[in-house]
Design a protein around this ligand. Structure first.
Ligand code: FIX
Ligand code: ZN
Length: 417
């Protein structure tokens, strides 16, 4: 068991360990190539990521309306992002710099700014081989998908016998069931379950059967839902009854954690599509109450508002059935990752998942993890320096253990609890 004895040697080892650690990406929107067009990849998909579309419409000339934009072909949409965000206003945002990082790490001449040459390179790639190459560059053992049984396009692929990949695990996404019972009831009824718009006990039984059948079909690592800032628990709303009567009993019976991503204010500007969502301060006591009232259920939680982070950290100190993950979405930026990771290490030690990519476009894995690792390495180097100064001598194996914990190890330990 060797131990770095000087702060210089310690820092060098910590940074090397972070750079080399295998990543488990606990939440993405990726799909296997067998799911056809659901798997997004390549420079035009990268440039039209909804984060960049929101940035385009903060600078686009007035005559470039979203309505006109959506009528354009994808390459033409990408050309407009390239022109207005990258060339006219500079690639300084995290989403823009991320494209530069990704293309550079793929060995492409992004500095040359020749989009047509870059497009030709992508046109020569094969989806399956390219997916493996992206996972290799980002050093990811597996990523967890978002698999929604209420999305007909995805259901079609699962019904046709599509499967995941070893490097793509499943998560059963149930926002519609929790937040929009009438739509969920229609979908379940059409699939042969006896569910009505106004739920009865029989409907709840059928909804539990629906979830159990889907869990058998896709073998998810967890159940997942994103929830609005106004999410409270307990409360008199129907969603609380669906949690109590359907989701939590299935989570307990199947030993499936419930992942909750809380604080998204959906569709504040619908013309931007997925880019039209915003953030609101949510109610951490809902998480506390769920953990306290359901000690036999495990909860994976991330919250979207910076304001909620400290209270959520303290909540995670109180409940062993709660695991925090990610710097989600508008928090997946160096300044926020730095602040949140420092806070979590100081309050929780290496017992949380530092980040997830939320990648919708395969190639984003490269930049999201490159940028995250740089920030987490800085934070960890300082924390280990302070620990050495205090008189502790962490071994190299212990440092490897702690770093892996933050990049998927703690998540896997929590799943096995
Ligand atoms: O609910 C979610 O899974 C969110 O992550 C997405 O809806 C969001 O569009 C996103 O991809 C953020 O990074
Ligand atoms: Zn997501």
């Amino acid at each position: 068991m060797t131990t770095p004895t000087t702060s210089e040697a310690l820092e060098i080892f910590v940074r090397k360990t972070v750079a080399e650690v295998t990543v488990t990406d606990v939440h993405t929107h990726l799909f296997p190539p067998a799911h056809g067009n659901l798997l997004l990849w390549g420079v035009d998909e990268l440039l039209t990521y909804h984060y960049l579309l929101a940035e385009l419409f903060t600078v686009a000339p007035r005559e470039l309306t979203p309505e006109k934009f959506w009528k354009l072909a994808k390459p033409n949409q990408a050309d407009l992002v390239w022109e207005h965000v990258f060339l006219r206003h500079g690639a300084l945002s995290e989403a823009a710099r991320g494209i530069v990082t990704t293309l550079n790490l793929l060995g492409l001449d992004i500095a040359g700014r020749d989009l047509s040459t870059i497009r030709r390179w992508f046109a020569e790639q094969n989806a399956g081989e390219y997916l493996a190459e992206v996972f290799r560059i980002a050093n990811i053992d597996y990523a967890v998908m978002t698999n929604d049984p209420f999305q007909p396009e995805e259901v079609r692929h699962w019904s046709a016998g599509a499967t995941g990949l070893d490097c793509l695990k499943t998560a059963l996404r149930i926002d519609t069931l929790i937040l929009n019972w009438p739509v969920a009831a229609d979908t379940m009824r059409a699939a042969g379950y006896d569910t009505q718009d106004v739920p009865t006990e029989k409907c709840f039984t059928e909804a539990r059967r629906f979830l159990s059948d889907w869990a058998k079909k896709i073998d998810p690592l967890y159940l997942a839902a994103s929830l609005p800032p106004e999410f409270h628990y307990p409360c008199d709303e129907l969603y609380a009854k669906v949690l109590d009567k359907v989701v939590l009993p299935v989570a307990k019976e199947l030993s499936l954690p419930l992942a909750m991503m809380i604080g998204v204010r959906k569709g504040v500007n619908p013309s931007l599509g997925d880019g039209g969502d915003a953030v609101g301060v949510a109610d951490v006591s809902a998480v506390m109450n769920l953990c306290a009232r359901n000690p036999d259920v495990k909860f994976l939680v991330t919250m979207l508002s910076r304001v909620n982070q400290h209270e959520l950290c303290v909540c995670a100190r109180k409940f062993g059935n709660l695991h925090l993950f990610g710097c989600w979405w508008f928090l997946n930026d160096p300044s926020m990752i730095d602040e949140i990771t420092q806070m979590r290490l100081e309050l929780l030690g290496a017992t949380f998942t530092a980040n997830h990519s939320d990648a919708r476009v395969l190639d984003q894995l490269i930049y999201k993890w490159s940028h995250t690792k740089k920030v987490v390495a800085d934070v960890l180097a300082e924390k280990y320096r302070l620990l050495l100064e205090a008189g502790w001598r962490p071994t190299k194996d212990e440092i490897r253990r702690d770093v892996r914990a933050l990049f998927g190890g703690a998540f896997e330990e929590f799943l096995k609890k």
